[in-house]
Write a protein that binds this ligand. Sequence first.
Ligand code: CP
Length: 321
Amino acid sequence: LTKPVLWKGFPNVISSDQFDPQFLVEELFTLANQMIGLAGEGGSGILQGKSIFLLFYEASTRTVTSFKRAAKLLGADVDSTENAKMFSSAVKGESLEDTIRILNGYAYDLIVIRYDQVGGADRAANCSDVPVINAGDGNGEHPTQALLDLYTIYRYFDRLNGLQVALVGDLFNSRTIHSLAYLLAKIGGVRLALVSPSVFRLDDSTKASLIESGCQFRETSNLLDVASEVDVVYLTRLQKERLDDARKANTWGDKGDVRVCINDEVLSKLPKKSIILHPLPRSDEFMELPEKFDGDPRVRIFQQAQNGLFIRMALLKMILG
Ligand code: CP
């Protein structure tokens, strides 16, 4: 493995910040391109004899299924606990660390973890004998989502440099935003528009990292302010499960000058060659991306989700192959 995929000297995937964009384009995305063909042919046995455990303390549709499918298409064995908060011995007070030590004893070659607290994946990696992949840790990070997001952008534009990206919605609580922001900040000439209601602004720590990387960004509450200039609109839902007292649902959504949802006016301003992404699930309550717009060719959310399969196949092959 090349250096950029190491975390604390081991091939864990914990933060998007551990990746170098050049490595992603030249190696991971190239491998992901090969995985498209391989998936189309029904897979291969290149990871035959390898075993993967999916340890999910929070709900998932895309991440858990695409990791499972990726492993199976590569010939690996997969076991999982997909509601570990309820159906593992966490219910009886078992620590995350003990759970990882137990899985290490059962001869798994890799653990994919989604945890409900920031730092969960790092804690797991610190006590694991085998690689750990972070599939989301509270409102911390979701690095494999950022990899598939960037891959989706790269596949569409055939470049990353110089793009203007609007990150929209609950920027404070969205782990997909944090991970994507870390990656985008490292790419030459990328400019970010951070669009959110004021109490959902990007946290100071992630903003400090943007400043440190020299990434140009501006903040606004109104997507209409930037719609005519952006190449990518990356929407997020309100993270209702993570709200503190200062960020209650009644402060969310389009009111007055605040606009974080797609509507006809936004679509009419967006360039024809722009794309609209969303990590999903989208909210059926706040409607940041109403289904009636799915037919617009700029809406790429299902291609984006499918790219998760190819990126996760590539990551598994890179780490275990
Ligand atoms: N984007 C994403 O992480 O989706 P799931 O929660 O369904 O895995």
